[in-house]
Design a protein around this ligand. Structure first.
Ligand SMILES: C[S@@+](CC[C@H](N)C(=O)[O-])C[C@H]1O[C@@H](n2cnc3c(N)ncnc32)[C@H](O)[C@@H]1O
Length: 279
């Protein structure tokens, strides 16, 4: 059965890299580097350290899992991903790279299913729940936050990179209709995209405080379009203007252009967010 979240992003990566996020393009010019940079930014925002036990929600093809372990030296990593193909890819890659313990601690499932948390956590209380560029795809982000609060250890931290609606955006405008259509095509629940104040309130209602939200849009939203444009130019100069993979990359060209437009027109913003469990 074909999946919405599949292995298509492998085509954007360098050999042996399998990232699938929007990237942090402050100094990166290559897709894999930009994706890794976004993961590093999130790990730093989360405050990962050798005492951390990470529960990774939506780990994609898994490249971020050894990063938590090798770069931040965290104690343990567990995770859940909805995509079957990506979870299988991640498991095989982790095993090949000698990360058998992480490979054994990741499961396929829907993060909004309360049962999957129990299966994946195996009674452990993580110090950190991390969602790298994926919470907007979850069936309901507020339900996810409540589950994170329930399972986090005392004073645990939730850390995400996520979209918010720009404060200036007019929800009665034609642009908003276009945004709604694009969200539908991208399998993003409209309720997940709210203004910053509303997002903060939802986190507070789920039991979090010490909430930090930093707008990193200028280094995220125009970047994918720039990269796709360059990729195309490189292929054309190499005489591969109609190379067979081009059609499968169309989705990313469209996404890149849409995000650049939504950024320039002050419709969407992209933030790195962290919050501490209270109670
Ligand atoms: C844009 S990708 C980001 C992947 C990865 N974090 C990265 O940075 O490369 C979104 C990810 O969220 C996962 N996802 C979407 N809905 C999910 C759900 N309900 N439960 C768990 N994972 C989900 C997808 O399978 C996909 O791997």
């Amino acid at each position: 059965m074909s999946e919405f979240h599949n292995l298509a992003e492998l085509a954007l990566n360098r050999t042996d890299q399998s990232w699938g996020n929007l990237g942090y393009w402050k100094s990166a010019t290559d897709y894999s580097d930009a994706c890794r940079a976004l993961a590093l930014l999130l790990g730093e925002e989360a405050g990962l350290d050798p005492q951390s036990v990470v529960f990774d929600a939506g780990f994609g093809c898994g490249d971020q899992l050894p990063l938590w372990r090798d770069h931040f030296r965290v104690a343990r990593v567990r995770g859940v991903n909805l995509s079957r193909s990506q979870t299988a890819h991640a498991r095989a890659k982790l095993e090949r790279a000698g990360h058998a313990a992480i490979a054994a601690a990741i499961v396929q499932g829907d993060i909004n299913d309360p049962g999957i948390w129990r299966t994946a956590l195996n009674r452990e209380k993580p110090s950190h729940v991390i969602a790298l560029d994926c919470a907007y795809h979850f069936p309901g982000r507020t339900e996810f936050s409540r589950l994170a609060h329930r399972h986090l250890a005392r004073d645990g931290r939730l850390a995400l990179t996520d979209f918010v609606l720009a404060d200036q955006h007019d929800t009665a405008s034609l642009r908003h209709q276009l945004l709604r259509w694009m969200l539908k095509c991208s399998r993003i629940a409209e309720d997940n995209i709210v203004r910053r104040d509303h997002y903060r309130l939802q986190l507070q209602e789920a039991g979090f405080d010490n909430i930090r939200m930093t707008d990193i849009s200028p280094h995220v939203l125009p970047g994918l379009a720039r990269f796709m444009q360059k990729l195309r130019q490189d292929k054309v100069s190499a005489g591969a203007g109609t190379y067979p993979g081009w059609l499968s990359l169309l989705k990313y060209r469209v996404t890149g252009r849409f995000l650049r437009w939504a950024y320039r027109r002050s419709i969407l913003r992209y933030c790195v967010i962290s919050a501490t469990k209270t109670g």
